[in-house]
Design a protein around this ligand. Sequence first.
Ligand SMILES: CC/C=C\C=C\CC(=O)SCCNC(=O)CCNC(=O)[C@H](O)C(C)(C)COP(=O)(O)OP(=O)(O)OC[C@H]1O[C@@H](n2cnc3c(N)ncnc32)[C@H](O)[C@@H]1OP(=O)(O)O
Length: 718
Amino acid sequence: MALYSRVSGSVGMITLQNPPVNALSAAVRQGIVDMMHRALSEPEVKSVVICGQNGKFCGGADIREFGAKMTGPPLVPMVHLIEAASKPVVAAIEGIALGGGLELALSCHYRIAHSKATLGFPEVALGLLPGAGGTQRLPRLIGVPAALDLITTGRHVTAAEARQLGIVDEVTDLNAVDAAVKFAQSVTGKSLDARRISTYPCPRPPDLDAIFERAMQQVRRSARGAIAPGTCVQAVHAAVTLPYAKGMERERELFSLLFTSGQARALQYYFFAQRAVSRWSTANGARWDTSKPRPVRKAAVIGLGTMGRGITVSLAQAGFSVVAVETQEQQLSEAKQAVSGMLERGAKRRGVPLAHDKIKYSCSVQAVADVDLVIEAVFEDMALKKTVFQQLSAICKPGVLLCTNTSGLDIDELASQTQSPELVVGMHFFAPAHVMQLLEVVYGPRSSPEVVATAMQMGKKMGKVSVAVGNCRGFVGNRMLKPYLEQAFFLLEEGATPEQVDQVLEEFGFAMGVFKVSDLSGLDVGWKVRKSDGLVSPASTGTSARIRGGSRYSPLGDLLCERGRFGQKTGRGWYQYDKPGGRVAKPDPWLHGFLEEYRAQHGLVARHIDHQEVLERCLYALINEGFQILQDGIAAGPEDIDVIYVLGYGWPRHRGGPMFYAGQVGLDKVVERLEHYQQIHPDVPGLQPCSLLRKLAASGNPAIHKWREVIQKPRSQL
Ligand SMILES: CC/C=C\C=C\CC(=O)SCCNC(=O)CCNC(=O)[C@H](O)C(C)(C)COP(=O)(O)OP(=O)(O)OC[C@H]1O[C@@H](n2cnc3c(N)ncnc32)[C@H](O)[C@@H]1OP(=O)(O)O
């Protein structure tokens, strides 16, 4: 709702009241309309201030209302009522003015912002465009290039930048509401003719066509199939080429198109999913609201390879004192240099405070004796990690949290090396650890609730989205990757090329196809794991070469590794690169010849494989594993899996995540297609739809937020 009060006799104050962000719910819109009428009708009131309760102006339309039938006054007539008012209306912007909140502010005649406020049009991230005149008013106010930038990227600007751009009239370090009241009094009685943005002509730069062409190219490059950014460009184009009223009509048409799109539903689902994962629960009943994190002031990182360096940077930038340990002098000195460089680049590019003084480097594990939490990031080798955990358990002070950055090894086995297994938890960072937003917090059957809560909170402090997951091989992300990769290999055996598979996945929206990712992360990583699992066999011909444990196996990755083709680092992998370390993947005729030879050797006849088959086999195998993970209680809900895939594995956000996507395709259709492929490939167990998927499909494709009701009480796999 909106509250009305009178300040200093002559200023009508309308206060938006809808915690936590004063979103424009039906009740708030109704309140604004009613209170505007009241302020305009009271003769003593000479000017109006609109502000938000609790230091937040407005977070925009209430996203929770989007799925439901629209009630209350629409936004567009509401902003027109404000702009047309005969008394000056001043927006007092504290905290945030986002989306519909900024549109509300732009309909006011003046805008006063607090210096700490942020403003923006983030609608594009929800699959929308600013649909209450934002695409028509902003270019009129700040010009086309700046408006295109803000609307198509959704980036938030500081009050200072907003002032520079001309979005706000004044910025204050003092109380913005008091400043707005004073300002309102100072403009009482002045003409408002020049203050109604909708009446401004839209500036028409001479190189208009080139500006729009560039903007379209830019969004096509970065949008990876998302439709909202390009539609935003079209709406701004209407502001320049049409009179205001017609431009508003065009904005409405384009908005409706987006509002009813599957992409908008996916992005809005994802918005809430990313927030829902902080309300975690574990298979043995621990929960976010009943588990108190332990205080952590000083942390240690053991092992300063690529991951350890990134983790050190993240911790230091988040304000933790860090002891960074690497036992080899030479490697320690290299790491020190690399970490310093990373901190400096962070400061230069993102304005993160330099944190050199937060880090102490040491060659000795003894240096971690007084820390509150240790993150082990040594080489991915169980025997080595066990030794480190035994050492840590002996050296560290009682009560210290021992965390491992393993990407898939058994947390419980590591915990059993320590005197306090309840203090052990996995913190699986993603490379580069100081950049990637995802953290999988892996609890073992013995991890205490406080330890899970502490790791989750540490992740948040480092600016990451932490997702709590159970302990199993590969946890959630890497476990699901296995059947996906496996299908990609099988498709090569059957006649596809890496370029074809990657193209299909990139057209779907992945930043990189599976083979390009494999080249980037290094083929040797998986090879080492397969070797330690006893999967890599010296026999490279005959049927046994392609069978392991009675199931189909493709040794293609192993064969490439045997030839020293580890991907980008060696300049050769599934693609060729101009030099070792090169980044631009080019099709490799050698690889095509090799695949032909391989197929001939194994009696495989290449066939034409279409787009649909590539997509369905790769994605549905991955999705099926996701359902198995839910069934096993490794992830508490589909949102956890979706957030992991979007933030850690390049799944296109506008498709919501693999579990949401499965729901959109239709779970019965996913089951049907998996069954179809399983009939053709009975030796691939990953194509057998898991029972939870079947159960959900049979119960009539319930909406994703209802899946938890069907998922059986979770239990740990170990
Ligand atoms: C018919 C429709 C017509 C017109 C449409 C107009 C277009 C719009 O206005 S679309 C909305 C545009 N606004 C946004 O996209 C803002 C989204 N919110 C955020 O970016 C952030 O939440 C934040 C406002 C910057 C605050 O961030 P932070 O302090 O980190 O808190 P959060 O955990 O993100 O959020 C707290 C809490 O608030 C809920 N919430 C935030 N914004 C909205 C909103 N616009 N509507 C409804 N709810 C919102 C958020 O979900 C959190 O609650 P949970 O219960 O934890 O989910």
